[in-house]
Design a protein. Structure first.
Length: 157
């Protein structure tokens, strides 16, 4: 491919779990420039954009393949792939949750960056974006909402 037409990207370690049970570890490639803010695209906004396919380079392979976002249950990336996601304005409200999607059960925090009167987990989950970001320490799980069976809020003790 002519390098003149190649868009700059940044590689991030990732793990993919698909609806058919297949999973891979490898790398995803996020655009080095975001269309709506300074800096690279964040994993959350990249998975929630309208492009239905993305390239994935499985560990140990020398050629990438394309994955259909509709078939992704969970894409896990390092938290740095969402760097700057909550830097604008006041800090977001967080809710501890357990998310069950297909055979996956994940625990973490959701960041709710919405108006003050819409800070319930339900308000955040009913937004139109197809993927939910679950923060789990140094990893972010991007979970396809259509694949989610159940979410339980964790009561703070």
């Amino acid at each position: 491919m002519n390098e003149l037409f190649r868009l700059p990207t940044i590689a991030f370690s990732a793990e993919v779990v698909c609806a058919d049970g297949r999973h891979w570890k490898g790398q995803v490639f996020l655009p080095a420039a975001a269309p709506t803010h300074d800096g690279p695209a964040r994993a959350e906004e990249w998975m929630n954009d309208t492009a239905p396919f993305f390239p994935f380079l499985a560990a140990g392979e020398n050629r990438s393949f394309l994955l259909n976002k509709r078939e992704i249950v969970v894409l896990t990336v390092e938290a740095s792939a969402d760097a700057g996601a909550s830097e604008e304005g006041a800090g977001p409200v967080t809710r501890g949750v357990v998310v069950e999607a297909e055979d996956q059960r994940l625990r973490g925090l959701i960041r709710i960056e919405m108006p003050e009167d819409h800070t319930r987990a339900l308000d955040y989950l009913n937004r139109p974006e197809p993927f939910l970001t679950l923060c789990d320490g140094d990893r972010h799980h991007l979970i396809q909402k259509k694949r989610i069976t159940r979410i339980v809020e964790i009561q703070e003790e």
